[in-house]
Design a protein around this ligand. Structure first.
Ligand SMILES: NC(=O)c1ccc[n+]([C@@H]2O[C@H](COP(=O)([O-])OP(=O)(O)OC[C@H]3O[C@@H](n4cnc5c(N)ncnc54)[C@H](O)[C@@H]3O)[C@@H](O)[C@H]2O)c1
Length: 385
């Protein structure tokens, strides 16, 4: 029997920005036959990068027929349906708008424009043109995150107490690590680490409708200069760490929601954390323990239970149920969600971040920047229309 994959209609995809993420996408598409559910299948047919060397790796990928160094040239190919764009943040708006105006749908990389004004322009143009647009955020597609999301939607908390969503790196602890574009405001954006890691921490809170209304932030710039890679030093002027304390509405109560995005978090390589606590129940999931879901129950005793998770992804695959998923699996799941939603086949499953959610996220970071500058709590309504 053929896998269902072969009967699914094809969607022709191109990638702009053939770096780390572009290659991961090609890999996820290359084993699409692992999926037993989705209903559509991507075909990678084009790739574009200003650096011709970055294109070389793609020459070995079956089916790729367009190799361009200019996005405008790539977008002239009429048989491309969807474009994935993974370029530095200062280029998001111009390239995203060009993609949309070329009549293509878009899976955008975070942060969806360099700032709030940029995000609004992209969202509004996508709506005007009627294009299908979503934004990348993979971690909520891990089985543990999906279980935590399901728990948060149930009525098991008692009175909600607080929630935390965090994404932590330690990549910048070393002050001698050379500068790159992500550490420079003109390329990364004034919001710095919030632009870089913020989509990962807001996807579930915003999808759950927790909508923060008031923000107090503490932003840290820990290393202000770095080697420039040419024997000199260069200014490192982005925020490295952000702790954003929000007032959010969870199950009709206003409670603290802490959003943490950090590049200098000792001991954390790439840790995504989601935690929700109430008087009777609670849930905690972290990629630090990728097989483990913690749930809390208050009875005569207080008990944190540990559930060993398997391969419980939203889109079923051929992979054995007891195996452990990793980043390549959730990237594929995220793409399955994007393509299935575009085809009207998502059903009950979690979808990718919407343009409205991406704009709402930028509103939070705009408020966080004001909070840092003026050392006060900021109403999100001060920056939203
Ligand atoms: N979703 C995730 O988990 C994840 C992880 C890493 C990065 N990202 C995001 O992906 C995007 C790219 O980050 P990265 O780490 O891959 O950066 P990178 O610097 O490694 O790669 C960017 C690529 O874009 C190319 N490029 C630059 N200008 C271009 C242009 N005008 N046209 C075409 N190509 C151009 C560069 O040559 C480079 O190959 C950013 O938005 C970043 O935030 C997302």
């Amino acid at each position: 029997m053929s896998p269902p994959f072969f009967s699914w209609p094809a969607v022709r995809v191109a990638v702009i920005g053939a770096g780390l993420m572009g290659r991961e996408v090609a890999s996820a598409f290359g084993r699409w036959f692992a999926l037993l559910e989705c209903g559509v299948r991507p075909e990678l047919i084009g790739v574009c990068d200003v650096n011709p060397d970055a294109l070389a790796w793609f020459r070995g990928i079956p089916g790729v027929r367009y190799f361009e160094t200019d996005p405008t040239a790539l977008l002239k190919h009429e048989d491309i349906d969807v474009v994935y764009v993974a370029v530095p943040h200062h280029l998001h708006e111009s390239i995203y708008l060009e993609v949309l105006r070329a009549g293509k749908d878009l899976l955008a990389e975070k942060p969806f424009g360099i700032d709030l004004a940029s995000a609004r322009r992209i969202r509004d143009e996508a709506a005007r043109l009627g294009r299908f647009v979503r934004v990348s955020s993979e971690f909520p597609f891990l089985p543990g995150a999906q279980r935590a999301l399901a728990y948060a939607r149930e009525d098991r908390l008692g009175r909600p107490i607080e929630a935390r969503s965090a994404f932590l790196h330690s990549s910048d602890l070393d002050s001698q690590k050379p500068i790159n574009w992500k550490r420079q405001s003109r390329y990364c954006g004034e919001a710095g680490v919030m632009n870089d890691l913020g989509m990962h921490v807001t996807h579930l809170p915003l999808r759950l409708g927790w909508s923060p209304t008031r923000i107090y932030s503490r932003l840290q710039r820990l290393h202000t200069e770095r080697p420039d890679g040419k024997g000199g030093v260069a200014a490192s002027d982005t925020w490295d760490n952000a702790t954003v304390l929000c007032s959010a509405t969870i199950q009709n109560e206003i409670v603290p929601l802490t959003l943490e995005m950090k590049r200098l978090a000792p001991g954390e390589t790439n840790t995504w954390i989601f935690e929700l606590l109430g008087t009777d129940g609670g849930v905690r999931f972290s990629t630090k323990e990728p097989k483990t879901l913690w749930t809390f129950q208050r009875g005569q005793e207080q008990v944190w239970s540990k559930t060993d998770l398997g391969f419980g992804t939203a889109f079923k695959t051929i992979t054995g149920g007891i195996f452990e998923p990793g980043f390549p699996d959730i990237l594929q799941q995220m793409w399955a969600a994007f393509l299935a939603e575009r085809a009207g086949l998502l059903g009950w499953r979690l979808g990718c971040v919407t343009p409205d959610e991406a704009v709402a996220q930028h509103e939070l970071w705009q408020a966080a920047l004001i909070s840092q500058r003026e050392a006060r709590a900021v109403e999100v309504s001060e920056v939203s229309p």
